[in-house]
Design a protein around this ligand. Structure first.
Ligand SMILES: [Zn+2]
Length: 234
């Protein structure tokens, strides 16, 4: 088992749809075990495979109070009931949380690590985590569910309405794959373009925090500039 790097926003892999797992084999089990270890080390409740760079429909969950985490292969939400507002965060958006609407009850099914079919009716955090992680597998982040961008705040703070904020940003990242023994050659540098939507991150301090988080994650941030075609959607 080994820890894998958790991809952070705006890494484009977080927007990719994961593929259905055809067979629950040793490779899938190895990925899932690494995910369990990575999730526990980060103190997360759930993790989806694209958050560690694997485009497969694999999720791990570890609910507080449970002795160990569980592995969900090809999880599907079959039915939902009710609605409630909950505060949510995500390991791929470190330091932020926001208010989203989630279901009261979620009926779901998946395959466990042995390929056995599991069916559950979940409530509370279990239901919330299932919706959050299945969203990840479809390239959806919780911030997509925020109805008002004011509701995204740095964890533990409350941002007043009407505070100045920024609009869509074009971001260019030079991702240097670390080679300790040599300077990076061209093949070690990957250029990633991404767009930050105004609804996702908006204040200068949020952008500063994001740049800081990206640097911590090993990214070199090249440029952050407003989109030319920005529209004020305040
Ligand atoms: Zn998440």
């Amino acid at each position: 088992m080994s820890l894998r790097q958790i991809r952070v926003f705006p890494d484009p892999i977080l927007r990719k749809k994961c593929r259905t797992v055809r067979r629950v084999d040793d490779k899938v089990r190895e990925l899932a075990q690494d995910m369990l270890e990575t999730m526990d080390a980060a103190g997360g409740v759930g993790l989806a495979a694209n958050q560690v760079g694997a485009l497969q429909r694999v999720v791990t969950l570890h609910l507080p109070g449970e002795e160990s985490g569980i592995i969900l292969v090809n999880p599907e939400i079959r039915d939902t009931q009710g609605e409630r507002e909950v505060i949510e965060g995500c390991l791929s958006l470190p330091g932020y949380e926001g208010m989203v609407k989630r279901s009261m009850i979620v009926k779901a099914r998946w395959l466990d690590e042995n390929g056995s079919k599991i069916k559950v009716t979940a409530e509370n955090l279990f239901a919330q985590a299932l919706e959050h992680e299945v969203d990840h597998l479809n390239g959806i982040l919780y911030v997509d569910h925020l109805h008002e961008h004011e509701k995204l705040a740095a964890a533990g703070t409350h941002i007043a309405e009407g505070q100045p904020h920024m609009h869509d940003l074009e971001v260019e990242l030079h991702v240097e794959h670390n080679n300790d023994d040599s300077k990076p050659s061209e093949s070690d540098v990957e250029v990633v373009h991404s767009t930050i939507k105004f609804s996702d991150l908006y204040s200068q301090s949020s952008v500063d925090q994001m740049q800081y988080d990206l640097r911590l994650a090993g990214y070199v941030l090249d440029s952050v500039k407003p989109l030319e075609s920005e529209t004020d959607l305040t």
